[in-house]
Design a protein around this ligand. Sequence first.
Ligand code: NAP
Ligand code: G4F
Length: 324
Amino acid sequence: MKRAIITGITGQDGSYLADLLLAKGYKVYGMVRRSSTENFERIEHLRGKISIVQADLLDQLSIIELMEEVEPHEVYNLAAQSFVPTSWTQPTLTGEFTGLGVTKMLEAIKLVNRKIKFYQASSSEMFGKVRETPQNELTPFYPRSPYGVAKVYGHFITVNYRESYDMFAVSGILFNHESPRRGLEFVTRKITDGVARIALGVAKDIRLGNLHAKRDWGFAGDYVEAMWMMLQHKPAEDFVIATGESHTVKEFARLAFEHVGLNWRKYVKVDEKLYRPAEVTQLRGNPAKARRILRWRPRVDLAGLVRMMVEADIVRIQEQLSKR
Ligand code: NAP
Ligand code: G4F
């Protein structure tokens, strides 16, 4: 039976990847950092099916010991400080988790067993102030936030360990992917949660920042499949994962409000405090390489994603209200 370690198991992608690997017959080890309260909401349904193991991206020895104990075939490094605005208020912490944390994972593999396959969760934020559209594996990076800068480091250290030590280490350059398990502070989930509350009469409006920003949004369930495919494909190489379509925040909000029969203009308020010091105004990926080599393609389109997220938030908030 194949063994996999997932860092960031309590996050959106970690929970979907665990679902996928369990379905494929893996033994899954989810790495969590020590916390005074459990934060297992997204993996509640996996209790008893996966093993939870403690280690921290900031603690080299804890990661080495984890590799020695589990002897994994595959490691998926999804843990990071992943919220872009926080990277301006906590830039050094973001650098340590999101950047140097990757080196700690790679060093542990180098020391324990170089045959372990490694996936690094890289990001379209690395393209930042984009140099061409759409962006592909060869597009130069121009990050626009401490988060983006840290991800560029994580990407190149992965490439460097592959080239220096002949390790199977790949970087997946994933564009934005969303789901009902997305953190509430990210724009899509903030919108669908707000729409559900407004439709159920418990909120009056949603305050958003830049409505003109464009993103290439896909469904997280489709994207974790691409992560797995990258580790099955030889030789180890990097891939862009995206839908190839780009939409504005305003369009996302319009679709979400339309789903409950409301006009977004009446409920969305622009709050300039939510503007970023430096914005990534547009992102659109070119997934041609992944389509051609991995045979990967997304199954959920934007309309399907919006529907799935709004409906899940309505059900969740109705349940909360019925318990009051
Ligand atoms: P997420 O929901 O924010 O989850 C982040 C995870 O990292 C959480 O499980 C968190 O644990 C863990 N973590 C943070 N610091 C840690 C530390 N010091 N030690 C151990 N664990 C730590 O993120 P996501 O959306 O699932 O994204 C997964 C990865 O893909 C991230 O690296 C993100 O930057 C990258 N990415 C995401 C997207 C996207 O659109 N979702 C696109 C491109 C790349 P706690 O629960 O303890 O906080
Ligand atoms: O949903 P967002 O916060 O995602 P962002 O910054 O694109 O980052 C996400 O995707 C990256 C992949 O490209 C990941 F690497 C990263 O970890 C994360 O998952 O913001 C999307 C856009 C931005 O342009 C932002 O300015 O939405 C705009 N926006 C407008 N109003 C808002 C808001 N973003 C947030 N979070 N909240 C708002 O009220």
